[in-house]
Ligand binder design. Structure first.
Ligand code: IMP
Length: 429
């Protein structure tokens, strides 16, 4: 029994929540290793719906859960999320939630900067979640972040603030904003320190111990491979590495920790925010996908852009992220369509491509080359075995497998946990 890493193989929002919840109920530990509260995972447990942004999904079932060093942590958002979950009857204690002492903090000044830059960028704006994710990661690699461990040494904040403010005050002045209110920032940090420190630990040691004891660890990715800062549709990406290769560096484990890499793949494509999207549909088919798939962002409530399945992009995601098998989600949204299309290549100018070239201008001009298949009239919703699926739906799934060069490990046919066709168990592989 090895570890499992779950990542989105498109632009996020592939329906990771349900799959992660199912796997988390069988894992000994759940670990978030990148991103922050820009993520949005919806978990339906019994009659209760939980919406998590920062907390690892294991928390809902009491599985020990880790926020790794690769995450950027907004302590006030953490407190609000824990209080929200508590109001739903779940108390989050330090036995269940462990936070890496080396996590960089997202501060109010990061949120300010995210919004200021987006507002000033005109047509070049990225469409971020405005949660300060990018600026917080910049400060981390710029070596001026305040980290969780700094909350235990509040008397020594001044040199850190000197370095941080020297940078931010210039940026803010450029936007016509006043310098950072250092006293207020200090007071805010003093006010939240004890709350965060109660969960802070050298989590790398807990994870090492878990590994030595043969415990099953589930790594829970956020966003998707196409939003990866290196491999995604740059610059329209998030500021972290979302690929499975980040599990080790983002948690404090070795490179082999990832185990079975399960790529979550939606049976069509969606995207929130700006950036290229070759198979986007601005007609009534796209609208229908959005309505039937309830395609609204969990975090920002923004309407998601919708389009046909893009096999070129998913094949690329599978390659750069070492995906072992995929979980295909939301196939029921395609029920009743007369025909379905799959993108198998792009035409850019007079050239054709079987991958997405890296330049944003080429990506923006990429015209999809489609393969068309008949749709199916029966329903896939609630199917629990291949025999429950219409023959044409099975052909669609098999064609996807062929085109992306990756096997299907499971097919999810509704938000309910049991409505799943299990082909191979990631934990048993
Ligand atoms: P940021 O992560 O807030 O900087 O946003 C950068 C880009 O990533 C924007 O296009 C966001 O819409 C997108 N993004 C960030 N988090 C998620 C997510 O959890 N799901 C889908 N898109 C996301």
């Amino acid at each position: 029994m090895g570890n499992v890493t779950v990542i989105g193989a498109q632009w996020g929002d592939e329906g990771k929540g349900k799959i992660v919840d199912w796997l988390a109920s069988r894992a000994d530990m759940v670990v978030r290793f990148q991103g922050g509260h820009n993520a949005g995972h919806t978990l339906v447990v019994g009659n209760e719906t939980y919406k998590l942004s920062l907390l690892p999904s294991g928390i809902v079932r009491g599985t020990p859960s880790v926020i790794g060093n690769g995450v950027v942590l907004d302590p006030w958002a953490l407190k609000a999320e824990i209080e929200k979950i508590a109001a739903q009857g779940l108390s989050i204690t330090p036995d269940v939630l462990m936070i890496a002492e080396t996590c960089p903090l997202i501060l109010p000044i990061h949120r300010d900067l995210d919004a200021l830059r987006e507002d000033a960028s005109g047509a070049g704006k990225i469409g971020t979640t405005r949660r300060g994710i990018g600026p917080a990661y910049e400060d981390k690699v710029g070596r001026r972040a305040i980290r969780v461990c700094d909350l235990a040494h509040l008397g020594q904040l001044d040199p850190l603030l000197d370095r941080l403010c020297a940078h931010h005050d210039h940026l803010r002045a450029g936007f016509g904003w006043p310098p950072v209110d250092r006293d207020r920032l200090k007071r805010d940090l003093e006010g939240i320190a004890d709350f965060v420190l109660a969960f802070a630990r050298p989590v790398w040691r807990d994870l090492d111990e878990a590994r030595r004891r043969g415990r099953r660890i589930l790594f829970e990715g956020a966003q998707g491979v196409l939003l990866d800062v290196d491999h995604g549709t740059y610059p329209f990406v998030t500021s972290s590495n979302t690929v499975a290769g980040t599990t080790g560096s983002g948690s404090g484990m070795g490179p082999s920790a990832a185990g079975f890499v399960l790529g979550i793949v939606k049976a069509y494509t969606t995207r929130v925010g700006s950036g290229p999207f070759p198979t986007e549909l601005s007609d009534e088919v796209g609208q229908r996908l959005g309505e039937r798939g309830h395609e609204f962002g969990t975090v920002t409530g923004r309407q998601r852009r919708c389009g046909w399945f893009d096999a070129v992009l998913v094949r690329q995601s599978a390659a750069v992220s070492g995906i072992t098998g995929i979980a295909l989600t939301k196939i029921d949204v395609l029920d009743g369509m007369e025909t379905v299309k799959i993108c198998t290549g792009y035409r850019i100018g007079d050239k054709t491509y079987d991958y997405l070239p890296p330049h944003a201008a080429d990506q923006a001009r990429a015209e999809p080359i489609y393969e068309e298949m008949p749709g199916w009239s029966g329903t896939t919703a609630g199917a629990r075995s291949w025999a429950d699926l219409p023959a044409q739906a099975i052909k669609y799934v098999r064609r996807i497998e062929e085109l992306i060069r990756c096997p299907v490990a499971l097919v999810s046919t509704s938000p309910q946990r049991d409505d799943t066709i299990l082909v191979s168990d990631p934990f048993a592989s």
